[in-house]
Each structure stands twice: as C-alpha cells, then as structure tokens.
Design a binder for this molecule. Structure first.
Ligand SMILES: CC(=O)N[C@H]1[C@@H](OP(=O)(O)OP(=O)(O)OC[C@H]2O[C@@H](n3ccc(=O)[nH]c3=O)[C@H](O)[C@@H]2O)O[C@H](CO)[C@@H](O)[C@@H]1O
Ligand SMILES: C=C(OP(=O)(O)O)C(=O)O
Length: 441
C-alpha cells in the first residue's frame, strides 16, 4: 500500500500538537529490557514505525511485549529470550538502524546475535565500523553472513578501554548496552552525550547498572552480573518538537507543542530566536510562532550535542528560504543531508550546495566529494510541485514547504514520515492544513 498526499498550501498551521517519547530513545530502551531478569515498563511510547520494528524483533527473540490499550505503555518481559530464525529476522532488513544495538543484550541473554542489514535514513554512507570494533574490543567474534552479521562471544564480554574516533550516538549506545553486564570496568573516551543517551543511562541505572558520565566525554561503566527490570517514562522527542517549531515559522503559523522540553532544546531555541521566531516556554510545552515581521538569515553548523542537532537542520532550512538575506548551513554530521534541497529549488527556493566546508567546525567531509554546505538566499515565494519523499526529516521539510507554498503539491513516499512522526496526518489536520490522502494498493 502506498499513500499520496495532495496538499493545497498557503494555510498557516495553528493549534496544538502533543509530542511523546523520543524516536531516538524509545526503541533503545526497549532493547535494554533484554538485559533485565524481570519485566520492564516503558511509558510515553509513541506509535511510530521504529517501535513496531523493534517490538517485532524482540518478539522473534522470545520477549513478551504487551501494550496497554489505553496508555500505550509497554511491558517487556525477557524471561523466555531465545534465538530467532534468521529468515524471520531477515524480513526486517533495511527497516531501521536499531537492530545493531541488539548485539550486546542478545549476547548477554542468549549467547549470540544475528543482526539484519540496517536501514534508517539515506543521508550518507552510515557505516557500522565503530560498532563492530567496539564489540570486538569486548571480546565478541563478528562474522559476515548472507543478509546480515552473526556475533558471538565464546568467552563472554569483558570490559575494555575504548576510544571512539567520532562521538557517534549509536556506537556510544553500543558500548553502554554491552558494558553494563560485561565483566569488569569499561572506560569510553570520546563518547556522545545526547539527551537520549543520558536517558538511556537513566534506564540502565534504574536496572542496577553503575555508569558515570564525566564532562570530558568520558563514560565509565562498572560491569554488574545481573540487572533488574525498569519503570521509565521516555524523554520527549526534541526532534519532532523542533520540526513543528519550524513548521510554525515556515507557514507563518502558531503551534503549541505540548511535551516540548526546554532543557533538551536549548541550542535549537537560541537559533530559533536568532532567526526571529517567537516562543513562549512553559512547563508543559512550548508555543512556537511567526511574529509577523521579517525572518533573519543565519550562519549555522550542525554538530554533536550540545551543538545544533543535524536532525533539526532540514526543517530549519525551509524556514531560512523565507529569511531576508543569505544564510549558510554547514552539515558536519552526515556527508549527504542536502539532497532534499533539490525539491525546494523546484518550488522556487534559492539554494546552492557546495563541497567546501563553509564554517569553522573541523569537519570530516571537507576535502572530499560531498555536497555538505548550503547557501540559501531569501525570501523566495514557494510554489506547489510533485515531490517524492527521500528520508524522514527531508520528507517533513517537504511537507511544510508544500503547506506554505501557493498552489497544490502531490507528495508520494509519505510512509517514511511514520518512522519518526506519530499520527502526523491527524496532527496536520488538527492544525488546519488543507490536504487529502489517497491510498492505493
Ligand atoms: C536512531 C537514532 O538514534 N538515530 C540518530 C543517531 O543516528 P546514529 O547513531 O546512526 O548516528 P551516529 O552518531 O552514529 O553517526 C554520526 C556519524 O558517525 C559516522 N559513523 C557512525 C557509526 C560508525 O560505526 N561509523 C561511522 O562512521 C556516521 O556515518 C555519521 O557520519 O544519531 C544521529 C546523530 O545525532 C541522528 O541524526 C540520528 O537521528
Ligand atoms: C537520521 C534519522 O534517523 P535514523 O538514524 O533512524 O535513520 C533522523 O531521525 O533524522
């Protein structure tokens, strides 16, 4: 089945949306439940595709996953964990990036892991070399098999001194999920410290893990033999919150994002204010709105936390097409995250992408053939067009551009958006967007 959105643009998005648990934490907390000797309860779980994929993978491995029909809370019981058939696991090849994080927990639970080829957004090569190196340093044996990789640890996992070449979110989580029940002490140097990682550490601490985070990107984990279950409310999705904030600016609207958390979004909020966006920060959420005047251009570089998150970049670029003057955006996390600007250019935006590093943050992509800097001149009116969605955030960016544009846009590939935005068409309808959906077999 595939769905097509026909969007009639030009309506400011106005109203309220609720944001629940973070896509970049919830599936990982679900994986952590495998490390416990008793059931865990995860609250504030959104209905998104990555949660479905991980539910299915855990169930294939014998974990009972029960969803409360009213609250949506998940109870995950790992007591009957078992090896799954590789054909069944294969069916999830290309669905998500989470399966690689099952390695450590599956080795602890059942002694081995078969991991299907990963999916996730195509915004660069996205290798898994750091993950495999980390696992080898813990004593795991990694073998390439058709459709995926097999991991075992004939002598168990042992703590190690590990240094990451780049503060990778996934590789840091790989270390955390492998080290908590490994024998001995692990020291991780060059760790990522995104809020979702700190929330995963909170989950593991509830389970009985001993983990300390130093201010110099060093994380120390003292391995323990057994872990309990946890009861945890997932932190809210700061990336979805930032997306709705950009939607308010792009469509000249006014959106209260219930659940948006100031503490996890400080860098985004500073940038939003510099562009000229309005915000009222409350205890239960943040109101984001267009203040009616001109938007200001920006010079911006994406970076690891506490820098400007790469997942915020694409929706904000759409807002910068409406700013008065020239903005420069240097993407330093992924080498190929500007492909979505091609559709914006067809809609009338003035965006040039460059191979050079147009910024001051040292970047791994500089002397190579990657179009990873963008120069955006505005304001340019946007007009509706046909768009095929390329990835999650690029897709959301296309939606908000189409919602702001004059005329009609026909948008295909919208199922990708369900990976990270819960019930997004219901939310858009609630904000007054003018669109139809047709679904074909
Ligand atoms: C499910 C999830 O949480 N996804 C997030 C996670 O992705 P993910 O965990 O995949 O991103 P990483 O932080 O690992 O990737 C950062 C950079 O490191 C490189 N790298 C990573 C691993 C590796 O083994 N080798 C390697 O070279 C990547 O290609 C990329 O250039 O963090 C990203 C950076 O905040 C976010 O954009 C994603 O939304
Ligand atoms: C890049 C993203 O996700 P993933 O790592 O799941 O592909 C994202 O959420 O923008």
């Amino acid at each position: 089945m595939s769905s097509v959105l026909t969007i009639r643009g030009g309506v400011p998005l106005t109203g309220r949306v609720t944001v629940r648990g973070a896509k970049n934490l919830v599936p990982k907390a679900m994986v952590a439940a495998l490390l416990g000797s008793e059931p865990s309860v995860l609250r504030n779980v959104p209905e998104i595709k990555d949660v479905e994929v991980v539910t299915s993978l855990l169930q294939l491995h014998g974990v009972t996953v029960v969803k409360d029909p009213e609250s949506g809370d998940l109870t995950l019981d790992p007591k009957d964990a078992k090896t799954a058939s590789s054909t069944a696991i294969d069916a999830h090849a290309g669905d998500s990036r989470i399966p690689i994080l099952l390695c450590g927990p599956l080795i602890h639970a059942i002694g081995e892991a078969f991991i299907p080829d990963l999916g996730g957004c195509k915004i660069g090569d996205r290798p898994i070399d750091y993950h495999l190196n980390v696992l080898r340093q813990f004593g795991a044996v990694v073998e390439k098999r058709p459709g995926g990789i097999h991991i075992s640890a004939p002598n168990g996992l042992h703590g190690a001194k590990i240094s990451l070449p780049y503060p990778s979110v996934g590789a840091t989580e790989q270390v955390l999920l492998s080290a908590t029940r490994a024998e001995g002490i692990t020291e991780l140097i060059g760790a990522a410290t995104e809020p979702e990682i700190i929330d995963l550490i909170a989950v593991l601490q509830k389970m009985g893990a001993i983990i300390s985070v130093q201010t110099d990107r060093t994380i120390r984990i003292e391995g323990v033999k057994d872990l309990r279950g946890y009861n945890h409310r997932a932190l809210p999705d700061r990336n979805e919150s930032a997306s709705w904030a950009s939607a308010a600016l792009v469509t000249r609207g006014d959106i209260f994002v219930e659940g948006a958390s100031q503490r996890d979004m400080m860098t985004f909020l500073n940038t939003y204010r510099k562009v000229g966006g309005g915000m009222d920060i409350g205890d239960d959420g943040i109101r984001f709105y267009h203040q009616g005047g001109k938007l200001s251009p920006l010079v911006l570089e994406t970076d690891v936390h506490p820098g400007f998150m790469t997942d915020w970049q694409q929706p904000l670029v759409v807002a910068l097409t409406q700013a008065e003057g020239v903005s420069i955006v240097h993407e330093t996390v992924y080498e190929n995250r500007f492909g979505f600007t091609e559709a914006l250019a067809r809609m009338g935006a003035n965006i040039q992408v460059h191979r050079e590093c147009l910024g001051s943050v040292p970047c791994r992509f500089g002397q190579r053939n990657f179009l990873h800097s963008a120069v955006i001149s505005g304001p340019t009116p946007l007009r509706g067009t046909d768009i095929d969605i390329p990835d999650l955030r690029g897709g959301f960016s296309h939606l908000i551009a189409a919602l702001a544009a004059t005329g009609t846009s026909r948008v295909t590939g919208i199922d990708i958006i369900n990976r990270g935005y819960e019930r997004f068409t219901e939310k858009l309808a609630g904000l007054g967007a003018d669109f139809d959906i047709t679904t074909t077999k």
